[in-house]
Design a protein around this ligand. Sequence first.
Ligand code: UD1
Length: 420
Amino acid sequence: MMQKLIVTGGKRLEGELVLQGSKNSALPIMAAALLAEGECVLKNCPRLTDVYSASRILGCLGCKSSFSDNTVTVDSSAADCAVIPEELMREMRSSIMFMGAMLGRMKECTISVPGGCELGPRPIDMHLSAVRKMGVEVSETGGRIVCRIPSGRPKGAKITLPFPSVGATENVVLCAVLADGETVVNNAAREPEICDLCGFLRACGADITGDGESRIVIRGKEHLHGCEYTIMPDRIVGATYLSLIAAAGGEIILKNTCSAEMEPFISVLEQTGCSIYPAKDRIYMRSGARLRAVSSPIRTMPHPGFPTDAQAVLMAALSVADGTSVFEENIFDCRYRHTDALIKMGADIQVMGRIAVVKGVNRLHGADVRATDLRGGAALAVAAAAADGVTEISGISHIDRGYEKIEEAFRQLGGNMKRV
Ligand code: UD1
């Protein structure tokens, strides 16, 4: 049976929430645990379907992993396989992170083109050309990608990425920490999750500097060891719950946050008239009497720009603001798939290529809608909370890839969301 979320909206929300750990940190860090020839204890790990997929991949490579609440323990001492079956690769796009980790640990790997969100074409050309520079021979046949290293070990290289891709930056770092010599990544992505991955690897004994800036330097080591590490909070889930309060009206204390890393989102949300008080690890927010449109275009950009992952949830909120807001999506080609469902709920949105023009309406109304991707699905939940009447959201496996118990979070804020 496919599950649905049933949301009865139109109610002011209020309460406290503890923010979950970051999915986009947990996944590369779980892949990185393969590089540590011992036990890694990862705290604040969100319990999500994508995290379980990563754990199945680790199992198939000969690693043991176990969960206890939000702690996952990975023991990679017996890792003995460098092949990921196609069906596991297809479950999520982050499976590509295992390429760099397997090359570092096993010096070879066989994978296939990964699956993931339907955000338009998501090629892996930058990942492949970067590892080629590190002495890896890549051959592609019938959808399978076979990587070998004739010299026996990845070698340090100077790599300039054509675009600061998050995944390609992470893959190079993973491949480089056990490489022979020094690797320099220019035009590296600067997302906070990259710093989290590097922080974890440093705790395992890696030598990395410059993460968070556009030039990362990695000096290869012979071995890494296990460690205990706490995964950072999920800034996109944080942005989702702040958008929820903005849309429905109300107030929230969000605990265990990463306020500094959320600044690019918070500075835009503040323009809607919400009062936001970020402290180091918590955020208090109160919505204004009526949400205001954002006057300058909201352009998604690599960090520290406005995050593409928060575009949909903010759009849901701005669809009930006073005035017109404009979005420009610069990271993915196909990231407005949530707009049809928002329009069905009464929103006034026009999409022209990478631009979306959102004219705020007075009220949204409940409707039967379908989530087509992770953040777009979360946007429907945000809109549903602001809408009059009942919204039935199907396709919620997309939402479950990134949100830990979303219905409980709604309930804690006094909202009405049921999973049926
Ligand atoms: C990561 C995040 C995702 C976020 C995105 C951008 C994870 C698990 N996912 O995805 O939530 O939306 O960063 O912040 O961390 N590209 C290429 N060739 C490549 C690689 C990427 O053309 O080899 C393109 C992509 O198609 C896309 C753009 O570059 O248009 C950005 O992609 P990238 O930064 O790599 O995103 P992901 O790592 O896939």
